[in-house]
Design a protein around this ligand. Structure first.
Ligand SMILES: [Zn+2]
Ligand SMILES: [Zn+2]
Length: 265
């Protein structure tokens, strides 16, 4: 008979991590690297190596019993990683997974800002990214919201030539709806967009919040833990109906931060 444990190991995710719940509460993940097992709890540092996944998971029980909890909500409501962002959960848009937007994304502050801007513009153009922003001149996998087609487009084509803002080609992709119907459909989609974030998880709509996200992300990126940056990326990469405002606010915050850093040098 299987021994009763207080932890449950979920299914292995595409990034190799197994989600762990303790007494049914999501607390973190375990993963294997170079023959050892590691436990992670969002926002906490665990430097111990374990011989197997169960020992790693049991350590999360020990931490829980010591009153240690994730300092950032564990990504319990972001079940699937990989390239299927539409595993829509009843909790709605704020709980859609965002981790599929990370693996290919080069994590630097300027690149994140560009990525958030590109994603906001994709929203307006009726595209949903299926993987992380790869840079302007790399093929980017996305889904056409007008017809459901999935394939690769170049951001440099979508944003327009020399910054003219006119996406190309005019027919979007082979097999899309007729060109003359596209703008009416995009206007229809625009009804979903908001100027305020009303998500359960707050996305930055104010410069002060955007500045703190950038500062946290910068700290996380300069450490060795691979976990923290992923979590700080959540407010930036998660789908939000106010993505245009988020991109604007983030750009202003980033420019301000850059100017401030320059002035103290
Ligand atoms: Zn289409
Ligand atoms: Zn939001």
């Amino acid at each position: 008979m299987e021994q009763q444990t207080r932890y449950d190991l979920g299914k292995r995710e595409e990034d190799g991590r197994y989600p762990v719940t303790v007494d049914s509460v999501p607390v973190g993940t375990v993963h294997r690297r170079h023959g050892s097992w590691y436990a992670t709890m969002p926002g906490r540092q665990i430097l111990i190596r374990f011989t197997d996944r169960h020992a790693a998971a049991a350590h999360l029980v020990t931490m829980t019993d010591a009153g240690i909890r994730p300092t950032i909500p564990a990504p319990a409501d972001t079940p699937a990683s990989g390239t299927a962002p539409f595993d829509a959960t009843p909790a709605g848009i704020a709980s859609q997974t965002y981790r599929h937007l990370l693996p290919d994304l080069r994590l630097t502050l300027p690149n994140l800002v560009r990525s958030v801007e590109a994603m906001a513009r994709l929203d307006q153009l009726g595209w949903t990214p299926l993987e992380g922003y790869p840079g302007a001149d790399q093929p980017w996998r996305m889904e056409c919201r007008l017809c459901g087609w999935q394939g690769r487009r170049f951001w440099s084509h979508l944003r327009g030539r020399n910054g003219d803002g006119i996406p190309r080609p005019a027919n979007r992709h082979p097999g899309c709806i007729p060109v003359e119907k596209i703008s009416a459909q995009l206007i229809h989609l625009a009804a979903d967009r908001l100027s305020e974030c009303r998500c359960d998880f707050q996305h930055p709509m104010e410069i002060s919040y955007a500045l703190s996200v950038l500062a946290n992300m910068n700290d996380a990126l300069s450490e060795t833990s691979p976990v923290a940056p992923i979590l700080y990326a959540r407010p930036l990469l998660e789908p939000c109906p106010a993505s245009a405002r988020r991109a604007n606010v983030l750009r202003i915050a980033y420019n301000r931060r850059t100017a401030a850093l320059r002035s103290i040098r």
